[in-house]
Design a protein around this ligand. Sequence first.
Ligand SMILES: [Fe+2]
Ligand SMILES: [Fe+2]
Length: 291
Amino acid sequence: MKQVKKQTTNTNNYMEIRRLPFEFSSNIDPHWHKQRPEWSHMVNGASLSMPFLEPYLIKTMRKANQLIDSKKLNQEVSLYIGQEGQHFQQHRKFNDRLIEYGYSELVDIENEMKQTFGHFETNRSLKFNLAYAAGFETMALGIGHWLIKDKDYLFGGSDTKVASLILWHFVEEIEHKCVAIDAYNHLYGNYFYRVFGMIYATAHVIKLSQKSYKVMLKKDGLWRNMESRWRLMKMIIRFYKNMIPSFLEACLPNHHPSKISDPEWSLQWINQYNLDGKKLTLLNTENLNEF
Ligand SMILES: [Fe+2]
Ligand SMILES: [Fe+2]
């Protein structure tokens, strides 16, 4: 893999729909970070919700787009939909490997998620669904910044396909950081309801992820293991320590994601993708600063 030149600006300067060039083979290990099985399952747990959550976001944004009377925002929503569509399809393939591996109990959680998001789509207002979408995107932006800042600890030495999937996803979460909140502000704009949506979506997604990783840790025989529980607690503390400042900042009335600079690494990732003729390469997890 060649070294990317240090660059401080995104020459692409616009969202783009990118496709992963690799497949997840049937022998992929759910403990894709050998030293951090609890972290592996925290990520696997979050991945499980994506094929239900992201189609819900897409349907919500599609409905919102019919009401938005700004050509620029209409175009951004379309690109957002395209990116999210790629994300959930890749997570679907990865999640199928987890279930095939032997975590068959995850199917029950999947059915529950299908029902929950279906219920939101059918019974909740567009205002609620859009506030949820904007709230989830706020959380995803904070997570993206953390994953990139802490990438050596979180992904160093791990399976390159999983690390590449997750970091690709969050580079694009950072890239489309403004779209859902702009759609919400364009159609509704109520500050308190935006904050409510953020709290609701964050708590909801965390709860779903916890349910899933608990099932996998139980199956591994680690849930009642004190050493494993302590490692899990430390990862959870690490997560909240990194997420709380961005969450609090997003509660301010004048919050807008455009005021948050993108991490240098995510801009380098995009530049490398463009330099490679729009082909997404697998990351070198032994040196994540080398593309
Ligand atoms: Fe996504
Ligand atoms: Fe997103």
